[in-house]
Design a protein around this ligand. Structure first.
Ligand SMILES: Nc1ncnc2c1ncn2[C@@H]1O[C@H](COP(=O)(O)OP(=O)(O)OP(=O)(O)O)[C@@H](O)[C@H]1O
Ligand SMILES: [Mg+2]
Length: 235
């Protein structure tokens, strides 16, 4: 059974119809990429999943249960962690404090994430643990927002353009970390424009353009498909 399924999702902002019958699925243990150019509908797809902008029709199922219609915090509590594009952390809290405030004690996860466990994954954050959020580089902030979201023990992690604006070396580091997160048993759906980054971390990919899914397949097949790459991705 798929961990996450979107089935014919249509989403609007007011009168603007943005997503057109979007269907996709993510199986437990997979890393799946949602690729598309600026304004293609990637963030809106994520907003539709977690209920920030509820779909007007279609269904979103998490662990086989329909979740669209529930409030965003209820959807996330079922086990979805969302890392938005703006990678905002608390600027006046230290790195450690940013992580500690995200701890969920009410949830009895099997192998809960702790500050030490996320430090093992992101050694750079441990080096910076006494620094304030406002003192971090873009790459460090991205790591911190991912680490903080892991502290909520998600089964599914939604990453919205994690590589955007980061230096190539940092992007390579981030790819290693996503592979490590997957090894730890977390399923990942990431929205990206960076095809090469996705090729390193994802098993399968969906290409979205003008709010509808234009392609789905393995990353290997997608990389070999020059027509799709030229038509829908800026490569
Ligand atoms: N709050 C809003 N109200 C109206 N239209 C919006 C709103 N947010 C986004 N849109 C429009 O919805 C479409 C999809 O936007 P979305 O943010 O989902 O794209 P995206 O793939 O995430 O793009 P990017 O790579 O720039 O983040 C765009 O045409 C955008 O202009
Ligand atoms: Mg976006």
């Amino acid at each position: 059974m798929a961990l996450l399924e979107l089935d014919g999702v249509n989403t609007y902002y007011g009168r603007s119809h943005i997503l057109f019958d979007v269907s996709l699925s993510v199986a437990k243990g997979e890393v799946v990429a949602l690729l598309g150019r600026n304004g293609a509908g990637k963030s809106t797809t994520f907003r539709s999943v977690i209920g920030l902008t509820a779909p007007r029709s279609g269904e979103v199922r998490f662990k086989g249960e329909k979740v669209n219609g529930l409030r965003a915090f209820r959807i996330c509590r079922r086990g979805i962690g969302f890392v938005p594009e703006d990678r905002r952390c608390f600027p006046d809290l230290t790195v450690r404090e940013n992580l500690e405030v995200a701890t969920r004690r009410e949830k009895q996860a099997e192998n809960p994430w702790t500050v030490d466990r996320v430090y093992a994954l992101f050694p750079r954050l441990q080096e910076r643990e006494r620094n304030l959020g406002s003192q971090l580089s873009g790459g460090e902030q991205q790591m911190l927002t991912i680490a903080r979201t892991l502290m909520t023990n998600p089964e599914l992690l939604l990453l919205d353009e994690p590589s955007e604006g980061l230096a190539p070396l940092v992007v390579a580091l981030l790819a290693e970390m996503i592979l490590q997160i997957r090894k730890e048993g977390v399923t990942v759906l990431l929205a990206e424009q960076n095809l090469h980054f996705c090729a390193k971390v994802a098993d399968r990919g969906y290409v979205i353009d003008k709010g509808s899914v234009k392609y789905e397949g393995t990353m290997k097949d997608l990389l070999a498909d020059d027509e799709v790459k030229e038509k829908y991705l800026a490569v």
